[in-house]
Design a protein around this ligand. Structure first.
Ligand code: NAD
Length: 353
């Protein structure tokens, strides 16, 4: 692929390739922007179909982290890393030890944490080589799994959305369809249930569904139908692309807001939601709680009050997006992109370009 001309490369400051045959490490670290601070974003361990697919993935993810971190108003730029999963058996500790050395060699330009396929034990091996890492379960500032904080941010964001789209300040009695009851989705159900919302849930894992039925009185629906429930809020908390050309016409809610990254299969679907009178909570804004938690850990002394203040900040940012979208008759995802670009670069890019 041509790298510098690729739209995915757009505005990246640097991309770093690491190769360590002894451990099997093949990794790409992309630094999109350090304008607001060191580039922060997780490390993904994945079996890619090609090196090109890995590069495209890391570039997209890294750029998205700049936008997310800017909107969360934390002193970090955006970056991301992928490790190409070695085929067959491999020594995990050796792999992440080599990876830790790679992160350290960037001298703090990039700070890492967990992403898909990577756990706290892996980060422990990374920590033995570098201090530019978070998501640890022990140590002075360790903050552990960020998922409950992500869920808290989504929960707070849904209050703002409910106020704008349903003219209510309370989620009590509202009907919410949650897609995916994993680390974030399940905790979101817990918070919604506690607030008096009624839950419709779907997951490919029957165990969590049974648990949600027992614990929250949730109504189980099939994974094919969760987006089309006749409820108030649709909360995508599984994989990306929940809003796509197949699902868009079937969504009946007034609000779409959840934890999943890349909820819109294409950015044009933001306009389609708007035309249908559906308020979309831009994913990288409403799901910023996890990176806020990671930022608190990276600061060296975890302060829950600071985290709480930043989570409330997400509410203010969402309200600004919703107000501007309403005044300018434009989709919320477009407004969010513009605001993020203003915060990162001091100006935004024309949508037409
Ligand atoms: P997770 O892997 O713990 O949970 C995902 C859940 O979705 C699992 O229970 C899985 O069985 C379920 N699922 C998969 N396919 C499904 C389908 N077709 N229909 C319904 N359910 C399905 O992941 P997580 O950490 O809870 O993250 C959820 C989403 O939020 C992801 O998109 C993630 O990138 C994003 N996110 C997570 C965090 C965080 O702090 N964990 C932060 C920001 C964004």
């Amino acid at each position: 692929m041509s790298v510098f001309e690729s739209s995915n490369f757009a505005n990246h400051e640097s991309v770093h390739f690491f190769n360590d045959p002894a451990s099997g490490l093949r990794s790409v670290i992309a630094v999109h922007s350090t304008r607001r601070g060191p580039a922060a974003g997780g490390t993904r361990l994945w079996q890619y179909v090609s090196d090109e697919a890995a590069l495209l993935d890391v570039l997209n993810l890294s750029r998205a982290m700049s936008y997310k971190n800017a909107m969360a108003d934390i002193p970090f730029g955006g970056g991301k890393a992928v490790i190409l999963r070695p085929s067959g058996d491999f020594d995990r500790e050796k792999l992440f030890t080599a990876y830790g050395k790679a992160v350290d060699s960037l001298g703090g330009k990039y700070c890492t944490a967990e992403d898909v396929g990577v756990g706290p034990d892996d980060m422990k091996a990374v920590r033995a080589q570098t201090r530019f890492v978070a998501g640890l379960t022990d140590g002075e500032a360790a903050s552990g799994d960020p998922s409950p904080v992500t869920a808290d941010g989504v929960f707070r964001g849904l209050h703002v959305a409910a106020e704008h789209a349903l003219q209510t300040q309370s989620l009590k009695g509202l009907r919410v369809a949650v897609q995916g009851l994993g680390h974030v989705g399940y905790h979101l159900c817990y918070l919604l249930h506690k607030a008096g919302a009624k839950l419709w849930v779907a997951d490919i894992n029957q165990t969590v569904i049974d648990k949600a039925k027992d614990q929250f009185g949730a109504i189980a629906v099939s994974t094919d139908d969760i987006h089309s429930q006749d409820v108030d809020i649709f909360a995508p908390c599984a994989l990306g692309g929940a809003i796509n050309s197949d699902t868009i016409d079937e969504i009946k809610t007034k609000i779409v807001g959840g934890a999943a990254n890349n909820q819109l299969a294409t950015s044009e679907l933001g306009s389609a939601l708007k035309e249908r009178g559906i308020l979309y909570c831009p994913d990288y804004v409403i799901n910023g709680g996890g990176i806020i938690n990671v930022a608190a850990e990276l600061s060296g002394s975890y302060d829950p009050k600071w985290v709480d203040g930043k989570l409330d900040g997400l509410k203010v940012t969402l309200a600004e997006i919703f107000n501007r979208a309403k005044q300018e008759h434009r989709p919320t995802n477009e407004i969010a992109d513009e605001m993020a670009e203003d915060r990162i670069f001091g100006h935004h890019y024309s949508r037409a370009s």
